[in-house]
Design a protein around this ligand. Sequence first.
Ligand SMILES: *Cc1c(COP(=O)(O)O)cnc(C)c1O
Length: 410
Amino acid sequence: MLDSPVLTRGYNFMMTSELQQISNQFLMNTYARLPIALVRGQGCFVYDAEGREYLDCVAGIAVNILGHAHPGLVEAIMRQARQLIHTSNLFYTEPQGLLAKRLVELSFADKVFFCNSGAEANEAAIKLARRYAAKRFGAERTEILTMTNSFHGRTLASLTATGQPKLQEGFAPLVPGFRYVPFNDLDALEAAITPQTAAIMLEPIQAEGGVIVPGAGYLKAVRELCTSRNILLIFDEVQTGMGRTGTLFAYQHFHMTPDIITLAKGLGGGIPIGACLATEEVSTAFEPGTHASTFGGNPLACAAALKVLEVLIEGGKLDHGRMIGDYLAKGLATLEEQYTCVTQSRGLGLLQGLELSVEGKPVVMECLDRRVLINCTMGRVLRFVPPLIMTTTQVDRLLSVLSGVLSTRT
Ligand SMILES: *Cc1c(COP(=O)(O)O)cnc(C)c1O
């Protein structure tokens, strides 16, 4: 044991093959990983165990919005780590109070609950909506409508909310009280509402579902439907939030406000943190003892998120990300015109997708060979969720590599 290279030399000295071997032997088999091991990141680049450099257009799946090793974020994390990493929610801490205040100032919401992930943020939203509806309209009002092909997480309730039977396979019995309707279909949604409907939960743009942007007016009409029927509207902004789509929150594009939103992915810039934001009225359904999280909102995670918000807003990276998103969207639209294997380019800000008429996985692998990391969802949709700090030169490199790979398919 004492001769282990990890103990005597620190980390980052294992080759990819060794890492693959121990990971496959000791980790549960839940991920289909690409055959590279990453050891370091800087800006929009990551480096593997053999020292090769990759342009990172996945960014931890829309997490590393300030890229890797952002000096201000690293400094904020180190400063807070030296002072106080964790206390529990038995006590007040400054980073948690300040982060809640900042999120409220920047959104429609009045109150915040902190947790550690997207799935947990959605659990909080579901519990809050059910408790609110039960208190306000009676115990039978428990049902939540969600969308086909949605993604809300992997815990049991968030998995039940996720409208994808293939992800639910083998986990029965699921949580009662969920029903699914097609996304972007107002008539189907209206028809599905019953006196038991407590809330409608959806992603303003379906991300995992293939980067689906709803038609103009849909979300506003959903808001009006919810208001007229006394139903809560929950937006899962775990992926779309934190500047990903060009505004701090995606709902801000659509001239309406939901009652509850959930955040996670980009919020801590890589440090795990989730949040559930709600209006004053809705949030009164939670009282001491009704919901909790040991790690939720701990000082380290909140200090990181405060720095992320500061860099986005005061540091101008939100505006920069919107500009780069437009630049990427134009480039992807050109690829759509150029190659018949591209069926459609679509997206908002730096959540962009390219739907292909061929399988996406081989395209991802060929981009990897050319040192560009991209992602594929729903089999045939290439997804691009780079850091908001990406430069036009880096976008040009992505587009030129994509063009090279796609040109062999037309
Ligand atoms: C990633 C994601 C989740 C789940 O987040 P975890 O942190 O993995 O639990 C939930 N909703 C959406 C929209 C997501 O993209």
